[in-house]
Design a protein around this ligand. Structure first.
Ligand code: GDP
Length: 430
Protein backbone atom coordinates (compact mmCIF):
# COMPACT_ATOMS: atom_id res chain seq x y z
CA UNK A 1 0.00 0.00 0.00
CA UNK A 2 1.32 3.41 -0.95
CA UNK A 3 2.21 6.01 1.63
CA UNK A 4 -0.10 9.01 1.47
CA UNK A 5 0.28 12.57 2.63
CA UNK A 6 -1.99 15.60 2.86
CA UNK A 7 -2.46 18.93 4.52
CA UNK A 8 -4.90 18.16 7.37
CA UNK A 9 -5.66 21.72 8.41
CA UNK A 10 -7.66 24.11 6.23
CA UNK A 11 -5.72 25.55 3.30
CA UNK A 12 -4.73 29.20 3.45
CA UNK A 13 -2.72 31.35 5.80
CA UNK A 14 -2.71 30.33 9.46
CA UNK A 15 -0.51 30.23 12.53
CA UNK A 16 0.04 26.53 12.23
CA UNK A 17 -0.53 23.98 9.48
CA UNK A 18 -0.59 20.25 10.17
CA UNK A 19 0.49 17.79 7.51
CA UNK A 20 -0.07 14.06 7.87
CA UNK A 21 1.84 11.21 6.28
CA UNK A 22 0.57 7.63 6.63
CA UNK A 23 2.14 4.38 5.47
CA UNK A 24 5.33 2.38 5.43
CA UNK A 25 7.32 5.27 3.93
CA UNK A 26 6.26 7.79 6.54
CA UNK A 27 9.37 7.27 8.67
CA UNK A 28 11.90 7.42 5.80
CA UNK A 29 10.08 10.53 4.58
CA UNK A 30 10.46 12.18 7.97
CA UNK A 31 14.14 11.25 8.09
CA UNK A 32 14.67 12.71 4.62
CA UNK A 33 12.78 15.88 5.52
CA UNK A 34 14.67 16.48 8.75
CA UNK A 35 18.06 14.95 8.00
CA UNK A 36 17.79 13.41 11.45
CA UNK A 37 16.61 10.25 13.17
CA UNK A 38 13.02 9.38 14.04
CA UNK A 39 11.73 11.17 17.14
CA UNK A 40 10.45 9.05 20.05
CA UNK A 41 6.87 7.79 19.55
CA UNK A 42 3.95 10.10 20.32
CA UNK A 43 6.12 12.98 21.57
CA UNK A 44 6.30 16.37 19.91
CA UNK A 45 9.91 16.93 18.83
CA UNK A 46 11.35 20.17 17.49
CA UNK A 47 12.81 19.68 14.02
CA UNK A 48 14.23 21.74 11.23
CA UNK A 49 12.55 20.77 7.96
CA UNK A 50 14.77 20.77 4.91
CA UNK A 51 14.50 20.12 1.22
CA UNK A 52 15.88 16.56 0.93
CA UNK A 53 17.62 17.34 -2.39
CA UNK A 54 19.25 20.67 -1.68
CA UNK A 55 19.32 20.44 2.12
CA UNK A 56 18.00 24.02 2.08
CA UNK A 57 15.87 24.83 5.17
CA UNK A 58 12.11 25.16 4.64
CA UNK A 59 10.78 25.70 8.16
CA UNK A 60 11.17 24.80 11.80
CA UNK A 61 8.39 22.99 13.56
CA UNK A 62 7.23 19.91 15.39
CA UNK A 63 7.29 16.33 14.24
CA UNK A 64 5.25 13.60 15.90
CA UNK A 65 5.60 9.91 15.11
CA UNK A 66 2.70 7.52 15.78
CA UNK A 67 3.98 3.99 15.15
CA UNK A 68 1.57 1.40 13.73
CA UNK A 69 -0.85 0.14 14.87
CA UNK A 70 -1.49 2.80 17.53
CA UNK A 71 -2.25 5.57 15.10
CA UNK A 72 -5.32 7.09 13.50
CA UNK A 73 -4.99 4.98 10.35
CA UNK A 74 -3.41 1.97 11.99
CA UNK A 75 -0.29 2.52 9.85
CA UNK A 76 2.88 4.41 10.72
CA UNK A 77 1.76 8.04 10.83
CA UNK A 78 3.91 11.14 10.96
CA UNK A 79 2.48 14.56 11.72
CA UNK A 80 4.35 17.70 10.77
CA UNK A 81 3.31 20.88 12.55
CA UNK A 82 4.55 23.67 10.34
CA UNK A 83 4.07 27.39 10.27
CA UNK A 84 0.88 27.94 8.31
CA UNK A 85 2.27 30.04 5.49
CA UNK A 86 1.41 29.16 1.92
CA UNK A 87 5.05 28.94 0.80
CA UNK A 88 6.00 26.79 3.78
CA UNK A 89 3.18 24.32 3.15
CA UNK A 90 3.81 24.32 -0.61
CA UNK A 91 7.54 23.74 -0.01
CA UNK A 92 7.01 20.74 2.26
CA UNK A 93 4.30 19.27 0.02
CA UNK A 94 6.60 19.58 -3.00
CA UNK A 95 9.43 17.91 -1.08
CA UNK A 96 7.12 15.04 -0.05
CA UNK A 97 5.93 14.61 -3.62
CA UNK A 98 9.50 14.00 -4.78
CA UNK A 99 10.15 11.27 -2.22
CA UNK A 100 9.84 7.63 -3.35
CA UNK A 101 6.70 5.67 -2.49
CA UNK A 102 4.67 8.75 -1.53
CA UNK A 103 1.63 10.27 -3.16
CA UNK A 104 -1.00 12.86 -2.27
CA UNK A 105 -3.96 11.37 -0.39
CA UNK A 106 -7.40 11.21 -2.00
CA UNK A 107 -10.28 12.84 -0.11
CA UNK A 108 -11.13 10.84 3.00
CA UNK A 109 -8.29 8.42 2.41
CA UNK A 110 -6.84 8.60 5.93
CA UNK A 111 -10.23 7.74 7.39
CA UNK A 112 -10.74 5.08 4.75
CA UNK A 113 -7.53 3.43 5.90
CA UNK A 114 -8.62 3.76 9.52
CA UNK A 115 -11.80 1.87 8.62
CA UNK A 116 -9.98 -0.78 6.59
CA UNK A 117 -7.57 -1.36 9.44
CA UNK A 118 -10.45 -1.78 11.90
CA UNK A 119 -9.75 1.46 13.76
CA UNK A 120 -13.22 2.83 13.12
CA UNK A 121 -16.46 1.22 12.04
CA UNK A 122 -18.65 2.91 9.45
CA UNK A 123 -20.87 4.63 12.01
CA UNK A 124 -17.77 6.02 13.71
CA UNK A 125 -16.48 7.24 10.35
CA UNK A 126 -19.82 8.98 9.81
CA UNK A 127 -19.70 10.42 13.32
CA UNK A 128 -16.27 11.85 12.59
CA UNK A 129 -17.55 13.41 9.36
CA UNK A 130 -20.53 14.87 11.23
CA UNK A 131 -18.31 16.22 13.98
CA UNK A 132 -16.29 18.13 11.41
CA UNK A 133 -19.54 19.43 9.88
CA UNK A 134 -21.25 20.22 13.20
CA UNK A 135 -22.40 23.83 13.46
CA UNK A 136 -24.31 23.74 16.72
CA UNK A 137 -23.88 22.31 20.18
CA UNK A 138 -26.55 19.62 19.85
CA UNK A 139 -25.10 18.50 16.51
CA UNK A 140 -21.63 18.36 18.00
CA UNK A 141 -22.77 16.20 20.92
CA UNK A 142 -24.63 13.79 18.68
CA UNK A 143 -21.67 13.47 16.31
CA UNK A 144 -19.18 13.02 19.13
CA UNK A 145 -21.21 10.21 20.65
CA UNK A 146 -21.45 8.47 17.32
CA UNK A 147 -17.75 8.93 16.63
CA UNK A 148 -17.01 7.40 20.00
CA UNK A 149 -18.94 4.32 18.94
CA UNK A 150 -22.31 4.62 20.72
CA UNK A 151 -24.28 3.64 17.62
CA UNK A 152 -21.75 1.07 16.43
CA UNK A 153 -21.75 -0.65 19.83
CA UNK A 154 -25.54 -0.79 19.88
CA UNK A 155 -25.68 -2.40 16.43
CA UNK A 156 -22.76 -4.72 17.08
CA UNK A 157 -24.47 -5.79 20.31
CA UNK A 158 -27.64 -6.68 18.44
CA UNK A 159 -25.64 -8.37 15.73
CA UNK A 160 -23.76 -10.50 18.25
CA UNK A 161 -27.11 -11.65 19.67
CA UNK A 162 -28.39 -12.39 16.19
CA UNK A 163 -25.28 -14.40 15.38
CA UNK A 164 -25.75 -16.36 18.57
CA UNK A 165 -29.37 -17.11 17.64
CA UNK A 166 -28.21 -18.02 14.16
CA UNK A 167 -25.59 -20.34 15.61
CA UNK A 168 -28.34 -22.20 17.45
CA UNK A 169 -30.43 -22.46 14.30
CA UNK A 170 -27.41 -23.62 12.28
CA UNK A 171 -26.62 -26.23 14.87
CA UNK A 172 -30.15 -27.56 14.53
CA UNK A 173 -29.61 -27.91 10.79
CA UNK A 174 -26.06 -29.23 10.74
CA UNK A 175 -26.03 -31.47 13.77
CA UNK A 176 -29.57 -32.75 14.29
CA UNK A 177 -28.34 -35.87 16.13
CA UNK A 178 -25.77 -34.17 18.30
CA UNK A 179 -26.26 -33.27 21.92
CA UNK A 180 -28.18 -30.19 20.96
CA UNK A 181 -31.69 -29.73 22.33
CA UNK A 182 -34.30 -30.40 19.64
CA UNK A 183 -36.55 -27.47 20.28
CA UNK A 184 -33.97 -24.80 19.52
CA UNK A 185 -36.19 -22.89 17.16
CA UNK A 186 -38.91 -22.67 19.79
CA UNK A 187 -36.32 -21.46 22.27
CA UNK A 188 -35.22 -18.68 19.92
CA UNK A 189 -38.71 -17.16 19.89
CA UNK A 190 -38.36 -14.98 23.00
CA UNK A 191 -34.93 -13.66 21.99
CA UNK A 192 -36.19 -12.82 18.50
CA UNK A 193 -39.15 -11.01 20.04
CA UNK A 194 -36.85 -9.05 22.38
CA UNK A 195 -34.60 -8.01 19.52
CA UNK A 196 -37.63 -7.04 17.46
CA UNK A 197 -38.96 -4.80 20.19
CA UNK A 198 -35.57 -3.17 20.90
CA UNK A 199 -34.92 -2.47 17.22
CA UNK A 200 -38.52 -1.32 16.76
CA UNK A 201 -38.15 1.18 19.63
CA UNK A 202 -34.87 2.43 18.17
CA UNK A 203 -36.51 2.93 14.76
CA UNK A 204 -39.44 4.75 16.33
CA UNK A 205 -37.41 7.80 17.31
CA UNK A 206 -39.31 10.50 15.46
CA UNK A 207 -36.28 10.88 13.16
CA UNK A 208 -34.61 13.02 15.85
CA UNK A 209 -31.04 12.24 14.84
CA UNK A 210 -31.61 12.73 11.14
CA UNK A 211 -33.45 16.01 11.82
CA UNK A 212 -30.63 17.26 13.98
CA UNK A 213 -28.05 16.41 11.33
CA UNK A 214 -29.98 18.11 8.55
CA UNK A 215 -31.36 20.93 10.66
CA UNK A 216 -34.99 21.80 11.30
CA UNK A 217 -36.96 23.54 8.60
CA UNK A 218 -39.25 26.25 9.86
CA UNK A 219 -41.47 27.96 7.28
CA UNK A 220 -43.06 31.35 7.85
CA UNK A 221 -46.37 31.34 6.02
CA UNK A 222 -49.18 33.82 5.61
CA UNK A 223 -50.66 36.27 3.10
CA UNK A 224 -48.66 39.20 1.72
CA UNK A 225 -47.95 42.22 3.89
CA UNK A 226 -48.55 40.61 7.28
CA UNK A 227 -44.86 41.19 7.97
CA UNK A 228 -43.28 37.79 7.31
CA UNK A 229 -40.04 39.23 5.93
CA UNK A 230 -39.89 41.76 8.76
CA UNK A 231 -40.31 38.95 11.25
CA UNK A 232 -37.60 36.83 9.63
CA UNK A 233 -35.25 39.80 9.81
CA UNK A 234 -36.04 40.32 13.44
CA UNK A 235 -35.48 36.67 14.26
CA UNK A 236 -32.30 36.49 12.28
CA UNK A 237 -31.07 39.68 13.89
CA UNK A 238 -29.88 40.90 10.58
CA UNK A 239 -31.16 42.14 7.26
CA UNK A 240 -31.64 38.90 5.40
CA UNK A 241 -34.81 39.55 3.47
CA UNK A 242 -36.01 42.47 1.41
CA UNK A 243 -38.82 44.29 3.16
CA UNK A 244 -41.01 46.55 1.04
CA UNK A 245 -44.43 48.18 1.29
CA UNK A 246 -45.68 46.70 -1.93
CA UNK A 247 -47.51 43.38 -1.76
CA UNK A 248 -45.76 40.36 -3.21
CA UNK A 249 -42.18 41.56 -3.09
CA UNK A 250 -40.97 38.34 -1.54
CA UNK A 251 -40.76 36.58 -4.85
CA UNK A 252 -38.88 33.53 -3.79
CA UNK A 253 -38.05 31.53 -0.72
CA UNK A 254 -35.58 33.40 1.45
CA UNK A 255 -33.90 31.63 4.27
CA UNK A 256 -31.59 32.21 7.19
CA UNK A 257 -29.77 29.69 9.35
CA UNK A 258 -30.34 30.10 13.05
CA UNK A 259 -29.02 28.31 16.10
CA UNK A 260 -32.00 27.77 18.39
CA UNK A 261 -30.99 26.13 21.64
CA UNK A 262 -28.15 24.27 19.95
CA UNK A 263 -30.32 23.02 17.12
CA UNK A 264 -29.67 24.28 13.60
CA UNK A 265 -32.83 25.82 12.19
CA UNK A 266 -33.42 27.00 8.66
CA UNK A 267 -36.03 29.70 8.80
CA UNK A 268 -37.65 30.19 5.42
CA UNK A 269 -39.74 33.19 4.53
CA UNK A 270 -42.13 32.16 1.82
CA UNK A 271 -43.80 34.23 -0.84
CA UNK A 272 -47.23 35.56 0.09
CA UNK A 273 -49.90 32.93 -0.32
CA UNK A 274 -52.40 34.54 -2.62
CA UNK A 275 -53.56 34.54 -6.20
CA UNK A 276 -50.42 35.38 -8.11
CA UNK A 277 -50.60 37.68 -11.07
CA UNK A 278 -47.16 37.63 -12.67
CA UNK A 279 -45.43 34.41 -13.68
CA UNK A 280 -42.43 35.09 -11.48
CA UNK A 281 -44.75 35.55 -8.56
CA UNK A 282 -46.75 32.45 -9.39
CA UNK A 283 -43.55 30.43 -9.37
CA UNK A 284 -42.67 32.00 -6.04
CA UNK A 285 -46.02 30.99 -4.58
CA UNK A 286 -45.61 27.45 -5.88
CA UNK A 287 -42.20 27.15 -4.26
CA UNK A 288 -43.47 28.70 -1.07
CA UNK A 289 -46.28 26.19 -0.83
CA UNK A 290 -43.94 23.29 -1.54
CA UNK A 291 -41.52 24.55 1.07
CA UNK A 292 -44.20 25.07 3.67
CA UNK A 293 -45.52 21.59 2.95
CA UNK A 294 -42.24 19.88 3.74
CA UNK A 295 -41.27 22.14 6.64
CA UNK A 296 -40.88 20.51 10.06
CA UNK A 297 -42.60 23.43 11.73
CA UNK A 298 -44.68 26.32 10.43
CA UNK A 299 -45.14 29.81 11.76
CA UNK A 300 -48.51 30.99 10.48
CA UNK A 301 -48.54 34.76 10.48
CA UNK A 302 -51.48 37.13 10.33
CA UNK A 303 -51.81 40.84 11.07
CA UNK A 304 -54.73 42.96 12.33
CA UNK A 305 -55.20 44.31 8.81
CA UNK A 306 -54.59 41.11 6.85
CA UNK A 307 -54.90 37.36 7.08
CA UNK A 308 -56.29 34.96 9.61
CA UNK A 309 -55.39 31.54 10.91
CA UNK A 310 -57.64 29.60 8.58
CA UNK A 311 -54.50 28.06 7.06
CA UNK A 312 -53.20 26.93 10.43
CA UNK A 313 -53.07 23.23 11.20
CA UNK A 314 -52.48 21.39 14.42
CA UNK A 315 -48.83 21.83 15.42
CA UNK A 316 -48.39 25.21 13.75
CA UNK A 317 -47.27 28.20 15.79
CA UNK A 318 -49.78 31.02 15.28
CA UNK A 319 -48.41 34.54 15.28
CA UNK A 320 -50.30 37.82 15.16
CA UNK A 321 -47.87 40.48 13.94
CA UNK A 322 -48.22 44.28 14.15
CA UNK A 323 -49.68 44.33 17.65
CA UNK A 324 -48.25 47.86 17.80
CA UNK A 325 -51.33 48.80 15.76
CA UNK A 326 -53.38 48.09 18.88
CA UNK A 327 -54.70 44.57 18.35
CA UNK A 328 -54.93 41.85 21.00
CA UNK A 329 -53.89 38.32 20.02
CA UNK A 330 -56.67 35.74 20.49
CA UNK A 331 -55.97 32.82 22.87
CA UNK A 332 -53.34 30.41 21.58
CA UNK A 333 -51.84 33.08 19.34
CA UNK A 334 -48.53 34.82 20.07
CA UNK A 335 -48.75 38.56 19.58
CA UNK A 336 -45.62 40.23 18.22
CA UNK A 337 -44.48 43.37 16.53
CA UNK A 338 -41.68 43.01 14.03
CA UNK A 339 -41.57 46.81 14.01
CA UNK A 340 -41.02 47.37 17.73
CA UNK A 341 -39.72 43.96 18.77
CA UNK A 342 -42.57 43.42 21.23
CA UNK A 343 -43.44 39.76 21.88
CA UNK A 344 -40.33 38.52 20.10
CA UNK A 345 -39.05 36.86 23.25
CA UNK A 346 -42.27 34.91 23.67
CA UNK A 347 -42.06 33.79 20.05
CA UNK A 348 -38.44 32.76 20.43
CA UNK A 349 -39.31 30.85 23.60
CA UNK A 350 -42.13 29.06 21.78
CA UNK A 351 -39.76 28.18 18.93
CA UNK A 352 -37.13 26.98 21.35
CA UNK A 353 -39.63 24.85 23.23
CA UNK A 354 -40.91 23.26 20.05
CA UNK A 355 -37.53 22.72 18.45
CA UNK A 356 -35.92 21.62 21.69
CA UNK A 357 -38.66 19.15 22.59
CA UNK A 358 -37.85 17.23 19.43
CA UNK A 359 -34.36 16.65 20.78
CA UNK A 360 -34.77 15.87 24.44
CA UNK A 361 -31.48 14.46 25.57
CA UNK A 362 -31.80 10.72 25.40
CA UNK A 363 -29.73 8.02 27.02
CA UNK A 364 -29.88 6.05 23.82
CA UNK A 365 -27.96 6.83 20.68
CA UNK A 366 -30.18 7.76 17.77
CA UNK A 367 -30.27 6.96 14.07
CA UNK A 368 -28.58 9.78 12.18
CA UNK A 369 -28.78 8.68 8.56
CA UNK A 370 -31.23 7.17 6.10
CA UNK A 371 -28.60 4.47 5.54
CA UNK A 372 -28.96 3.31 9.15
CA UNK A 373 -32.73 3.42 8.97
CA UNK A 374 -32.79 1.31 5.81
CA UNK A 375 -30.47 -1.30 7.31
CA UNK A 376 -32.48 -1.44 10.52
CA UNK A 377 -35.78 -1.71 8.65
CA UNK A 378 -34.35 -4.59 6.62
CA UNK A 379 -33.14 -6.21 9.82
CA UNK A 380 -36.54 -5.76 11.50
CA UNK A 381 -38.37 -7.23 8.51
CA UNK A 382 -36.11 -10.30 8.47
CA UNK A 383 -36.56 -10.70 12.23
CA UNK A 384 -40.33 -10.51 11.86
CA UNK A 385 -40.17 -13.35 9.32
CA UNK A 386 -37.82 -15.35 11.53
CA UNK A 387 -40.24 -14.91 14.43
CA UNK A 388 -43.04 -16.44 12.37
CA UNK A 389 -41.07 -19.36 11.00
CA UNK A 390 -40.80 -22.90 12.29
CA UNK A 391 -38.50 -24.40 9.67
CA UNK A 392 -34.91 -24.23 10.88
CA UNK A 393 -33.51 -23.56 7.40
CA UNK A 394 -35.81 -20.61 6.78
CA UNK A 395 -35.36 -19.17 10.25
CA UNK A 396 -31.58 -19.43 9.87
CA UNK A 397 -31.73 -17.69 6.52
CA UNK A 398 -33.79 -14.80 7.93
CA UNK A 399 -31.50 -14.46 10.93
CA UNK A 400 -28.53 -14.39 8.58
CA UNK A 401 -30.19 -11.62 6.54
CA UNK A 402 -31.02 -9.70 9.71
CA UNK A 403 -27.43 -9.93 10.96
CA UNK A 404 -26.05 -8.97 7.57
CA UNK A 405 -28.30 -5.89 7.42
CA UNK A 406 -26.82 -4.71 10.74
CA UNK A 407 -23.32 -5.68 9.66
CA UNK A 408 -23.64 -3.48 6.64
CA UNK A 409 -24.44 -0.48 8.85
CA UNK A 410 -21.22 -0.87 10.80
CA UNK A 411 -19.31 -2.24 7.81
CA UNK A 412 -18.27 -5.35 9.69
CA UNK A 413 -19.93 -8.22 7.89
CA UNK A 414 -17.82 -11.27 8.44
CA UNK A 415 -18.86 -14.91 8.10
CA UNK A 416 -15.87 -16.22 10.03
CA UNK A 417 -17.40 -14.81 13.18
CA UNK A 418 -20.35 -17.13 12.80
CA UNK A 419 -18.08 -20.15 13.07
CA UNK A 420 -16.40 -18.69 16.13
CA UNK A 421 -19.75 -18.30 17.84
CA UNK A 422 -20.77 -21.87 17.03
CA UNK A 423 -17.61 -23.37 18.41
CA UNK A 424 -17.48 -21.20 21.47
CA UNK A 425 -21.05 -21.91 22.52
CA UNK A 426 -21.43 -25.52 21.59
CA UNK A 427 -18.16 -27.37 21.65
CA UNK A 428 -19.52 -29.53 18.84
CA UNK A 429 -17.22 -32.38 17.93
CA UNK A 430 -15.41 -31.81 21.19
P1 GDP B 1 -44.59 40.14 4.07
O1 GDP B 1 -45.15 40.43 2.74
O2 GDP B 1 -45.55 39.30 4.88
O3 GDP B 1 -43.22 39.55 4.04
O4 GDP B 1 -44.52 41.53 4.88
P2 GDP B 1 -43.30 42.56 5.03
O5 GDP B 1 -42.37 42.08 6.05
O6 GDP B 1 -42.77 42.90 3.67
O7 GDP B 1 -44.07 43.78 5.66
C1 GDP B 1 -45.16 44.38 4.99
C2 GDP B 1 -45.39 45.77 5.55
O8 GDP B 1 -45.77 45.71 6.92
C3 GDP B 1 -44.12 46.64 5.52
O9 GDP B 1 -44.48 47.94 5.19
C4 GDP B 1 -43.60 46.58 6.93
O10 GDP B 1 -42.88 47.73 7.29
C5 GDP B 1 -44.90 46.50 7.71
N1 GDP B 1 -44.72 45.83 8.99
C6 GDP B 1 -44.10 44.65 9.22
N2 GDP B 1 -44.15 44.33 10.52
C7 GDP B 1 -44.81 45.32 11.14
C8 GDP B 1 -45.20 45.58 12.51
O11 GDP B 1 -44.91 44.79 13.44
N3 GDP B 1 -45.91 46.69 12.75
C9 GDP B 1 -46.25 47.56 11.76
N4 GDP B 1 -46.93 48.62 12.09
N5 GDP B 1 -45.89 47.37 10.49
C10 GDP B 1 -45.19 46.27 10.18
Amino acid sequence: METIYALSTAPGRAGVAVLRVSGAHAVPALEALTGAGVPPPRAASLRRFIDPETQAPIDRGLAIFFPAPASFTGEDVVELHLHGGRAVVAGVLAALARLPGLRAAAPGEFTRRAFENGKLDLTEVEGLADLIEAETEAQRLQALRQMEGALGKLYEGWRARLLRALAYAEAEIDFPDEEVPGDLIAKLGPEIARLQSEIGAHLDDGRRGELLRDGIEVAIVGPPNVGKSSLLNRLAGREAAIVADEAGTTRDVLEVRLDIGGVPVTLADTAGLREAIGTVEREGVRRALARAEKADLRLVVAAPDAGDFALARAGDIKVLNKIDLGAEPPPGVIGVSAATGAGLEALEAALKARVGSAFEASEHPVITRARHREGLAECAAALARAGQGSDADLVAEDLRLAARALGRITGRVDVEELLDVIFRDFCIGK
